[in-house]
Design a protein around this ligand. Structure first.
Ligand code: S3P
Length: 450
């Protein structure tokens, strides 16, 4: 089976600084985390769920295909408008073929929790990036459900799961800050009689908790220690279809907003961005760097806080980002590193160990992105130190994006802010999370070759 992009679909790009400032007001696609969960939870509920604003990126389309293969009836009714006829909690059926999760760790890890607690056998695979990512972080805790897992060495995909329809409830303390692992354990608990309990020493994004509640589950969240949480889920809930409005993805808005902060004279608004406090660490860090980032029109939509963000270009200075903030901006470090390269003075990002196991080793790939473009970077333990140029990023490098969408978009932002053009080896993976990125950037004046 061929799941990687064929070489013919590689899309190289050379990015020049635009001749004029960026300006305009745009919407970014729907939140990736919420989109995956919408399809999965709607498939587990009884009845019909209508989803508005679903991200139609490749990652989420893989989840839609997988949930269809497991028996849910999923139809696209218009742009971002999807309808899911759920199967009920016990209603999923054995898939007839291997489930291909493409590039998506979220899809693979969350689905593992669901599949571990269903009484049939399934096999998951993914593209070369996903097949290289660790799955033991979910299969280790999920083994206590009585499910059996057979994987390649080091717990890598392809992964076969023989689930147990009558799992005991789990109690698990997360050894790493991961919403994906937390979610996998909670989802296995849906089919368990009794209380599933997850302790997280540092709070991670809470979309699973919020959305399971929205569908009718009883989920309790209590504070634990300094910044941690204990989450308790009552098993075998009656999940009932409920409509969902997906907010704009703050992790996608990040690229547009940082580009506007760095290209002199720019002013850009991104409307309808999700502002869940467990996702907004980047915006806090940018403000600490002196960024002019204004929030207006704050409201609650579909149970999530949402607002319009306006970025106005201006000088930035270095920042020290504490490790405790990492989970709330884990996907934003590559683009924050570009902002730090542009800033005056040194920036230090602490506690980046989880970056090593993303779509690429994002710590190494971000260092390579910066160094290829004339920026001095140090890695000390799990910290990254970026030496800013005071608005004078040399550029001129070739960035290897390593099947990683966020690397590709960060490289494009760097090219818009650099003195010499930045070449990007492949932008095709941007479609996993931000279809239409190049066109959207051009609509605000980026002048990227389409
Ligand atoms: C996600 C959690 C994060 C994040 C990923 C989406 C989620 O991963 O990097 O893009 O939707 O739960 P970890 O929880 O493994 O840090």
């Amino acid at each position: 089976m061929k799941t990687d992009h064929a070489p013919s679909s590689v899309r190289a790009l050379t990015v020049h600084a635009p001749r004029a400032p960026l300006s305009g007001s745009v919407h970014v696609p729907g939140d990736k985390s919420i989109s995956h969960r919408s399809l999965m939870f709607a498939a587990l509920a009884r009845g019909t769920t209508h989803i508005t604003g679903l991200l139609e990126g490749e990652d989420v389309l893989r989840t839609a295909d997988a949930m269809r293969a497991l028996g849910a009836d999923i139809t696209r009714e218009g742009a971002g408008q999807w309808c899911v006829q759920g199967c009920g909690l016990d209603g999923l059926r054995e898939p007839a073929d291997v489930l291909d999760m493409g590039n998506s760790g979220t899809a693979a890890r969350l689905l593992s929790g669901i599949l571990a607690s269903h009484g049939f056998t399934s096999v998951m695979t993914g593209d070369a990036s996903l097949r290289g990512r660790p799955m033991k972080r979910v299969t280790d805790p999920l083994a206590a459900t009585g499910a059996t897992f057979l994987s390649r060495q080091g717990g890598r995909l392809p992964l076969a799961i023989a689930g147990n329809a009558n799992p005991p409830p789990l109690a698990y303390r997360l050894p790493m800050a991961s919403a994906q692992v937390k979610s996998a354990v909670l989802l296995a608990g849906l089919n368990a009689a009794g209380e599933t309990r997850v302790e997280e020493p540092v709070a991670t994004r809470d979309h699973t908790e919020n959305m399971l509640r929205h569908f009718g589950a009883q989920v309790r969240v209590e504070p634990m220690g300094a910044g941690g949480r204990v989450i308790t889920l009552q098993g075998r809930p009656d999940l009932v279809a409920r409509d969902i409005v997906v907010p704009g993805d703050p992790s996608s808005a990040a690229f547009v907003l940082v580009a506007a902060l760095l290209v002199p004279g720019s002013k850009v608004t991104v409307r309808g961005v999700g502002l869940n406090p467990l996702r907004t660490g980047l915006f806090t860090s940018l403000r600490e760097m002196g960024a002019d980032l204004a929030i207006s029109n704050e409201r609650v939509e579909g149970g999530e806080p949402v607002g319009d963000l306006t970025a106005t270009a201006g000088a930035l200075h270095g920042v020290d980002v504490p490790a405790t903030r990492a989970p709330s901006m884990i996907d934003e470090y590559p683009v924050l590193a570009v902002a730090a390269a542009h800033a005056t003075g040194q920036s230090r990002f602490r506690g980046l160990e989880e970056l090593r196991v993303k779509e690429s080793d994002r710590l190494a790939a971000t260092v390579a992105l910066l160094e290829a473009n004339g920026i001095k970077v140090d890695v000390v333990g799990d910290d990254m130190i970026v030496h800013g140029t005071g608005g004078a990023i040399p550029g001129g490098g070739l960035v290897e994006t390593r099947m990683d969408h966020r690397l590709a978009m960060s490289a494009i932002v760097m090219g818009l802010a650099a003195r010499k053009p930045v070449s990007v080896d492949d932008t095709a993976f941007i479609d996993t999370s931000f279809p239409g990125f190049v066109g959207l950037m051009n609509s605000i004046g980026a002048g990227l070759a389409a």
